[in-house]
Design a protein around this ligand. Structure first.
Ligand code: SAM
Length: 239
């Protein structure tokens, strides 16, 4: 279906581009020229990650480092989607990319790395730029106008303090109630999904979260990998 649509590229300052020419950054230009093989006159779409998608036309191409020039023809501001926040322990290696990619496609609006008692992977300073690129690619794929916000690491107790309130937070834990039941009861307010590390949440983490109104939910009898649990929960919540 998306083949019929013009390819979508990231351009961060679309609000300034009214009826004029904008120049794509080097990475986006490289992608436009080498992967998408765009040339002058081709239709193209741009998004700024803040709700605006512009339709335009390639005005001129040169070397990627000089930037592909795009004539902006029209712009549309898309309304902000309902908040769906994924707070998850970070899985190892490429599985993190898979999780962020799929979660963004499913409508995740914020990602919070969880620092749990049994967490193994700690985000480094290189993590955010890499995660941001993955989310941007997933927005292009799914044509979402809003880039998810990437927040700093939090502990489960700090997170539930922040989002306190009965039913706001679902914490995935095998001893919880079936997630389908929780969704029927809390669908209108549940906005935060917590997923634990490979070793699972410690009992005191689950107790702290549930004492503050979080709902422990089970995803069935199989023990899922972190990214599978995250994607399953988001898909059910997004409905
Ligand atoms: N042995 C760990 C446990 O008992 O929690 C398994 C951890 S699992 C690999 C990683 C995380 O995915 C868990 O902390 C939980 O948040 C989520 N998860 C995986 N399978 C689940 C299930 N069937 N029900 C609820 N949560 C699940």
């Amino acid at each position: 279906m998306s083949d019929a649509l013009p390819p979508l590229f990231f351009f961060p300052s679309l609000s300034l581009a009214e009826g004029g020419i904008v120049v794509l950054g080097e990475e986006e230009s490289r992608h436009a020229l080498s992967s998408r093989r765009l040339s002058e006159g081709d239709p193209i779409a741009l998004f700024d990650g803040l709700g605006t998608i512009a339709q335009g036309q390639v005005d001129s191409v040169g070397k990627p480092r000089h930037g592909v020039k795009v004539r902006v023809i029209s712009k549309r501001l898309h309304k902000q989607p309902s908040q769906i926040i994924l707070a998850s322990a970070v899985p190892k290696g490429d599985r993190m990319s898979v999780m962020l990619d799929m979660a963004t496609q499913l409508g995740m609006t914020q990602f919070i790395p969880l620092n749990c008692e049994r967490s193994v992977v700690k985000p480094s300073e290189k993590s955010h730029p890499r995660w941001s690129r993955i989310c941007s690619e997933a927005c292009k794929q799914s044509r979402r106008a809003w880039l998810p916000k990437l927040l700093d690491t939090m502990s489960p107790s700090a997170l539930v303090d922040h989002f306190a309130g009965k039913g706001n937070v679902l914490i995935a834990h095998p001893s919880g109630i079936p997630i389908q039941e929780a969704i029927i009861e809390y669908a209108s307010i549940a906005r935060v999904v917590m997923i634990g590390p490979e070793g699972g949440f410690a009992d005191d983490e689950v107790t702290t979260v549930t004492q503050q109104g979080g709902i422990a939910v089970s995803l069935g009898q199989s023990i899922l990998r972190i990214e599978t649990a995250a994607v399953t929960t988001l898909a059910l919540l997004a409905g």
